[in-house]
Design a protein around this ligand. Structure first.
Ligand SMILES: [Fe+2]
Ligand SMILES: [Fe+2]
Length: 369
């Protein structure tokens, strides 16, 4: 399913362009409906978590973290700088903007995990949770730092200390942190592995060396997701009754946000030989397959109404961006209309029947995609 390219054409003009380090930092700090956020939570409730019902699987996972098989991965090799020097001048200005947008939002999202895990680590004494958060913060800090090196090649490095101090934080109760973070880790895996596999098949389309790092990188994200899967399976009430409605909400909100966001970068996906829609449905499919380890319901990504609503949310988001650019009273009115339309469409999306299944006895999964 391809969305109307006429609308996509508007996007280039609508995206805030990044010309200087100040622009890059402003973009990372800014919170919009679509941009990655920073989170904080109830540390006392985190401290009280008891994972003893999944102890055996937990200990195996902790051994993997301790083994740290990616400790030497996030270093640039000799060819990296050469590839940057040869490939980057070949990017068109529009493509360069999309790639920078991709790097900045990926960095913000990696750093968001780093801050959250680190804050939990500092504020709990529960040894299981403290140890897990230490390992995950270690990984995310490497990921964020590695992306930042690539932004620095453009002289657009993000000041992470200042970002941490100035970006607004959203409070989520632990259960919402579990649903949202589990999904974002698994989607992070699915996104990175889909790009890696595509460029493995088409090395001529690898327009930046950073994509060579994605395979081992996404195994970290996969394991982070495994950690939240074990936490949720150790608290079965989080996966039953009324909480199933929250799970449904989070899956749809995360999928819809990703779909709209990715369609603001059509050239980036095209350069890799992908279409944004095709890329996103591949990522949805992998994520849905993985989520069966923990969620008793999955959304029906092949349902015609699901697909219609995703396309419709994209059109509404583009219309809202145009209204913002227009400004004034008319612009504000139009934005209001878009907000109502988006809420209505999300409601329709929410009512698409879900697929139910039993949770597997073995919780852990391998990253086999
Ligand atoms: Fe990460
Ligand atoms: Fe992660």
């Amino acid at each position: 399913m391809h969305t109307a390219t006429a609308d996509i054409d508007h996007v280039d003009r609508l995206m805030d362009s990044v010309e200087s380090a100040a622009d890059a930092n402003a973009k990372a700090v800014k919170n919009t409906v679509l941009s990655p956020r920073f989170y904080t939570t109830d540390f006392k409730a985190m401290d009280a978590l008891d994972i003893s019902s999944v102890r055996a699987e937990w200990d195996v996972m902790m051994k993997e973290y301790e083994g740290d098989n990616n400790h030497d991965h996030f270093q640039r090799d000799a060819a990296f700088a050469d590839e940057v020097r040869t490939l980057m001048p070949q990017l068109s200005p529009e493509m360069r903007q999309e790639f920078l947008d991709f790097l900045i939002s990926s960095l913000t999202s990696e750093f968001s995990g780093c801050i959250l895990y680190n804050e939990i680590r500092k504020n709990v004494s529960n040894p299981d949770i403290k140890q897990l958060m230490t390992y995950m913060a270690r990984d995310e800090s490497r990921h964020a730092g590695f992306i930042n090196q690539s932004l620095k090649d453009f002289n657009l490095g993000i000041d992470l200390g200042s970002l941490k101090r100035t970006k607004a934080y959203t409070f989520f109760k632990p259960k919402y942190i579990f649903y949202a973070t589990y999904l974002s880790e698994k989607i992070g895996y699915a996104r990175y592995i889909t790009i890696f596999r595509q460029l493995e098949r088409h090395p001529d389309k690898r327009f930046h060396p950073i994509f060579r790092w994605f395979e081992r990188w996404c195994n970290d994200e996969f394991r982070h997701g495994e950690s939240f899967a074990l936490i949720m399976r150790s608290q079965p009430h989080l996966l039953r009754g009324g909480n199933r409605l929250w799970i449904r909400f989070f899956i749809l909100a995360v999928y819809a946000t990703m779909f709209v966001r990715d369609h603001t970068r059509p050239l980036l996906h095209e350069a890799m030989g992908l279409h944004s829609t095709e890329y996103d449905y591949t990522v949805f499919r992998i994520t849905s397959d993985i989520c069966r380890q923990v969620f008793p319901i999955e959304v029906d990504i092949d349902h015609p109404v699901f697909r219609q609503c995703m396309d419709r949310l994209l059109q509404i988001s583009l219309a809202a961006d145009r209204a913002t650019k227009q400004g004034g009273l008319m612009g504000r009115l139009r934005r209001g209309v878009c907000a109502v339309q988006a809420a209505w469409t999300f409601g329709r999306l929410y009512l698409v029947p879900v697929i139910e299944h039993e949770l597997p006895k073995d919780i852990r999964m391998d990253p086999v995609w």
